[in-house]
Design a protein around this ligand. Structure first.
Ligand SMILES: Cc1cc2nc3c(=O)[nH]c(=O)nc-3n(C[C@H](O)[C@H](O)[C@H](O)COP(=O)(O)O)c2cc1C
Length: 390
């Protein structure tokens, strides 16, 4: 079973991810993992923190001589900002440490501050902020990069693009090649397939910065060359659409998930929505006239691109803070402000690629098994032959 977890706080020493269940023999390319980490840090509208951190992965276990060894993998990313926070958040208590702590007593609406403070009976939300922060997603991206490296020999690729920033929205479906082109620039500021729209999106972000406000938006993840038959219709928790929805919804600030054109489908007639089935004898495969289902029917991949969208709320920390109440005095105050991003849609797309890759990698492991990559690929080839002979 492919599993992963992360640990680490926003301003702690480091973030770590633990990944278990990859077979032996997956080539591990550190430069690729670091490139993915850089993609997560990029994007127009990011705050000062991303200038401090230049994420680099270290692998502490499970990889030797450039390949997985079939043992749990530990990934580590240092927080450069730790040097500024060591006094405020020391691991061991020391005399005077409490005074240096950077308390957060003015909870920000939209953040975990108040809910977490109530849950743990804390009058200071600092520890809550530290773990709720999306800095944690650097570890997910590193784990997701391993999943992408595992999926590569199966021909399966995962990328994302920006569909909307605030009210500026791409009103058509982008094709795989367009998305590949938009992703070619590692530090792409918006990663939208329409350059004119990208310009308008940047202007809207400039407006939000000037107004000391924030923005959300929509990203779309595409998985290409996905074989039919991943996931299952048999149990609620094996349905791949449900697993993808949880994976995306778990990302900080994602508040809705859409599979294919699921949202607009709800307002259409069935005849306008369901993807007509054809057969191409030359390619010996079934074809679809459209892909409104986003590559998933009955919780099983159907051989078309898997398409998933995530809807992000606007960032909660505002330079023009909203009214709040102090946790200690219960007096009205303005919510706390800490250095913050203004818009993170392109970065959230990269994080979602990682999450989709991890879910697909788990589904590939379930279907094709194998203790070694070679064994898994043999089983995959046999399945491809079965499909051709269908
Ligand atoms: C890549 C990324 C970066 C984020 N950066 C910030 C930030 O700088 N400031 C902020 O207030 N929220 C930021 N968020 C969102 C918060 O982490 C999130 O809204 C908060 O933890 C509450 O969780 P929830 O929105 O899922 O309920 C970011 C989210 C993502 C995905």
């Amino acid at each position: 079973m492919l599993r992963f977890q992360t640990a680490g706080e926003s301003h702690g020493q480091c973030l770590t991810a633990w990944v278990s269940g990859l077979p032996l023999g997956v080539p591990v390319d550190l430069a690729f993992i670091n490139r993915e980490l850089r993609r997560r840090q990029a994007g127009y509208g990011r705050g000062g923190r991303m200038k401090i951190e230049q994420d680099q992965v270290q692998i502490l276990s499970g990889v030797r001589h450039g390949q997985t060894i079939g043992a749990p993998i530990t990934l580590q990313i240092e927080n450069k900002d730790w040097s500024h926070w060591e006094d405020a958040l020391p691991v061991e208590d020391a005399p005077g440490a409490a005074e240096k702590q950077r308390r957060l007593t003015q909870p920000r609406p939209g953040h975990a501050d108040l809910a977490g403070a109530l849950k743990f009976n804390l009058k200071d939300a600092r520890y809550i902020v530290e773990r709720a922060s999306a800095r944690e997603t650097a570890a997910r991206v590193a784990a997701g990069a391993l999943a992408k490296l595992f999926l590569r020999p199966f021909g399966l690729e995962v990328l994302s693009h920006t569909v909307a920033i605030g009210s500026h929205r791409l009103e058509r479906q982008a094709g795989w090649e367009e998305v590949v082109a938009a992703c070619e620039e590692t530090d792409a500021e918006i990663r939208c397939v329409d350059p004119q729209l990208s310009g308008a999106m940047k202007k809207l972000i400039d407006h939000a910065i000037a107004a000391r406000d924030s923005l959300g938006g929509v990203f779309e993840v595409l998985a290409h060359n996905v074989p039919p038959g991943l996931g299952s219709h048999a149990h609620w928790d094996e349905r791949l659409d449900a697993r993808l929805a949880q994976a995306l919804m778990s990302i900080q600030a994602v508040k809705a998930v859409e599979i294919g054109t699921g949202v607009t489908n709800a307002a259409a007639f069935g005849s306008q929505v369901h993807d007509e089935i054809g057969y191409d004898p030359a390619r010996r495969r079934f074809t679809r006239a459209s892909n409104h289902a986003g590559g998933l029917e009955g919780g099983i991949t159907n051989g078309e691109d898997v398409i998933v969208r995530g809807y992000l709320k606007p960032i909660s920390t505002l330079r023009r803070p909203l009214p709040s109440v102090d946790l200690e005095t219960k007096q009205p105050v303005k919510a706390a402000y800490e250095r913050s991003d203004v818009c993170v849609v392109p970065a959230a797309g990269v994080i979602s690629e990682a999450m989709v890759a991890l879910v697909l990698a788990a589904a590939v492991r379930e279907k094709f098994g194998g203790d070694t990559l070679e064994e898994a690929l043999r089983s995959f080839s046999a399945y491809q032959q079965q499909l051709e002979e269908f």
